[in-house]
Design a protein around this ligand. Sequence first.
Ligand SMILES: [Fe+2]
Ligand SMILES: [Fe+2]
Length: 483
Amino acid sequence: MPARNDGAAADYAEKIPNNVSLHEDRRLQRALESWQPNFLNWWQTMGPTLPTQDVYLRTAINVGRDGWAQFGHVAMPEYRWGIFLAERDPGRKVGFGEHKGEPVWDKVPGEYRAELQRLIVIQGDTEPASVEQQRNLGATAPSLYDLRNLFQVNVEEGRHLWAMVYLLHAYFGREGREEAEELLHRNSGSLDSPRILGAFNEETPDWLSFFMFTYFTDRDGKYQLGTLKESAFDPLSRTCEFMLKEEAHHMMVGTTGVDRVVQRTVEVMREHDTDDVAGLGAMPLTTIQKYLNFHYSVSLDLFGGETSTNVANYYTAGLKGRWMEDRRKDDHKLTSDSIMVDALSEDARTGEQSIGQTEVSALVGLNTDLRREYISDCQGGVKRWNRILEEGGAKQRLKLPHIAFNRQVGAFAGIEATPDGETLSADEWQRRQGEWLPTDVDKTYVRSLMQPVHQRGKIAAWISPPRNGINGQPFDYDYVHLA
Ligand SMILES: [Fe+2]
Ligand SMILES: [Fe+2]
């Protein structure tokens, strides 16, 4: 039985597949159908550059528990990007803030219109940005399995753009339609009109970066979506709930991607009885650590400053909640709670700055709360990679750098610190940052390994094959047919 949503089954025969009864609102349908060619034009000009005939992709066709994904070989420009909201819970109440306990909103309240639109635009901007960042990776894919996963992530980020554009068109009038256009005009790394957030203007030039990005930066997305899923604005909540299901695959790609790189490195270390695997066709652990340092620190910046009155206001208004709001054991209003946040403290006598903490109201410290949830999640990755090192007999370990390391946003933006959290002068940072962040030499070596392996069942020498294929298919399945 198809999952039901607002009384309407998913309409897959429409030009724009959807489960929001789009055909009942001709104006909205026409507006979205006129945005569609612009989206396809963007996909053709800014999306994946490697020519393909078709790719073994999953397509979202429903939101119910009994299967929402259909797998099959699809020509990518014909992918059925659609609009899918999780099922409506008719009794849903606002879970936090000053409206706690009131029924959730089916429309945008006038007093929160600007804030909600801004939140949706910022989320929406990240989705096409990552497709742009990853557009050239197909040319150097280590296997057809990996190539397929890259394209799966790409088409789903495209669908997430659709998800945000639907909200803008359906609920924010002319301004919303203009913002939807802008989402296609800004481009990652563009000098004139860059993407809104810093990490989404960085390059993803190689597959080690791609796996780190899908581990650390897509995971930021998971936490942002998790807060928006709590929103009192029900269509936003339902949209994000379904996006989170797709996001899980992106993080699997990152987690197991780094697993497989580390696995291969430790094998080559053992085979040659050396730690120095550069020149032996594998990724040195020191390079893996530097890439991890970079992607983790720029992803921490995505959570904003340690304190934010805007975010306090979003919470109080019910626009954006906490991660796992309903599992928190407090009053969900936080008006009289406090939280310790990371801060710089200055010695009154010497003027010397040091890394410490300070107490602020819990509402103002919500960014810190979310970032801490994210950090403890990231520890999980490091733990599993270290287990691979241990089982492979290597004595080295990977670790997350200190929260003050390489930060451009928040309390530590103005200082420099080592991955161990020791402060450094700007000069010393200039001199030593190459010990901790990828240097041109590291990047050149990584790029030298990026030779495409596009033959069925084959894989590049710097990465282990995956344990499992996709949707029960073997590793040597014909996941992609190149053009
Ligand atoms: Fe996404
Ligand atoms: Fe993603």
